[in-house]
Design a protein around this ligand. Sequence first.
Ligand SMILES: Nc1nc2c(ncn2[C@@H]2O[C@H](COP(=O)(O)OP(=O)(O)O)[C@@H](O)[C@H]2O)c(=O)[nH]1
Ligand SMILES: [Mg+2]
Length: 196
Amino acid sequence: MFINKGLQEINLKIVYYGPGLSGKTTNLEFIYQQLDPTIRSDLVSLKTREERTLYFDFMQLELGQIKGKKPRFNLYTVPGQVYYTFSRKIILRGVDGIVFVADSQKHRMSDNLDSLLDLEQNLINMGHTLQNFPWIIQYNKRDLPDIEAIETLQSNLNFFGASYTESVATQGVEVIKTLKMVMSEVISKIDMLVEQ
Ligand SMILES: Nc1nc2c(ncn2[C@@H]2O[C@H](COP(=O)(O)OP(=O)(O)O)[C@@H](O)[C@H]2O)c(=O)[nH]1
Ligand SMILES: [Mg+2]
């Protein structure tokens, strides 16, 4: 979080985390299409030739007011592929809220878990814990045939009882709901920190 007292702005950072190909970039692309250009920036994506996220995707939103200050939400995605460990650490710096985008397909369960443990370790190294951090889980790709039941995903991944959504990011199902949910987690936390 960065508060610019002169401009009465609060900069908040939300990171979409999760294994490669779980749908993080697709979330941002849908949000970008839906929102009025006057409240959002361009979507900046650094991609490889194969259309995979190379470093990150980034977009900024300006919404409403918190105690007279303008919140500016900076949305990022991380590259999920295992070997981009360093990029993920850098992108997580100063994070205020996280959406963990899980791939619901059965064969992606171990990738989900590896990515979640990687997230937890990175948070611990930054002096946070998953238990106390504002984060939610998005169970994505609910439209595909060979997916885990929500109860199974819940018992395997949601060990701290975080809020969750069931999405189809390619169709925009529960994408905005996910964003609103993580924003309210973040805001409820900073409400206590930001004085009038
Ligand atoms: N069927 C289906 N495909 C999805 C869904 N979300 C994302 N995808 C596809 O999964 C692939 C990877 O998505 P992407 O957003 O690039 O994943 P990222 O690596 O997490 O950024 C793309 O081909 C998307 O179109 C979904 O909910 N359902
Ligand atoms: Mg991506």
